[in-house]
Design a protein. Structure first.
Length: 149
């Protein structure tokens, strides 16, 4: 297990890079004491955050970039996904299930992030972009099993 690590990457805002972001986050999470199921939860949350940046923040403008930062410190994983796109006018409304700016989407991205991470913070300014910070700690049940307790 790694005690501390930090990885930062900028990705072209294209759908193909959602998978790249998922793998990067999973690789950092796997260095901690997370179960396989918890790593899968991290991957899902990262997928939603990066997809939101591409679809809603940039409206598919592939010339833009999404910044992903994954930090593992003191057993806690922190993932930051940031864009400098359109921003969110009403963050609290956007966090509600089934609310979306794209009628082709279900509007469950933030709900999935909140369901699978311990903490989700969203900061946004119209015309300046959005920053989603997600934190997750390994469950104590899984830690005890991993240590053979």
């Amino acid at each position: 297990m790694v005690a501390h690590n930090r990885v930062i990457v900028e990705l072209a805002a294209i759908p193909e890079n959602v998978g790249v972001a998922r793998l990067m986050a999973a690789m950092v999470a796997a260095q901690g004491e997370f179960s396989v199921a918890e790593v899968d939860e991290v991957k899902l949350a990262v997928s939603e955050a990066v997809t939101n940046a591409i679809v809603h923040g940039y409206r598919g403008d592939a010339r833009r970039t999404v910044r992903l930062e994954a930090t593992l410190a003191d057993g806690t994983l922190e993932i930051v996904v940031a864009d400098d796109g359109r921003g969110i006018e009403d963050v609290e409304l956007a966090r509600q299930a089934a609310v979306t700016s794209d009628p082709e989407r279900m509007g469950l991205g933030f709900s999935f992030m909140e369901a699978h991470m311990d903490e989700v913070r969203v900061e946004s300014a119209v015309g300046r972009g959005t920053r989603v910070t997600m934190r997750k700690r390994p469950s104590t049940r899984d830690l005890a099993a991993a240590r053979g307790s």
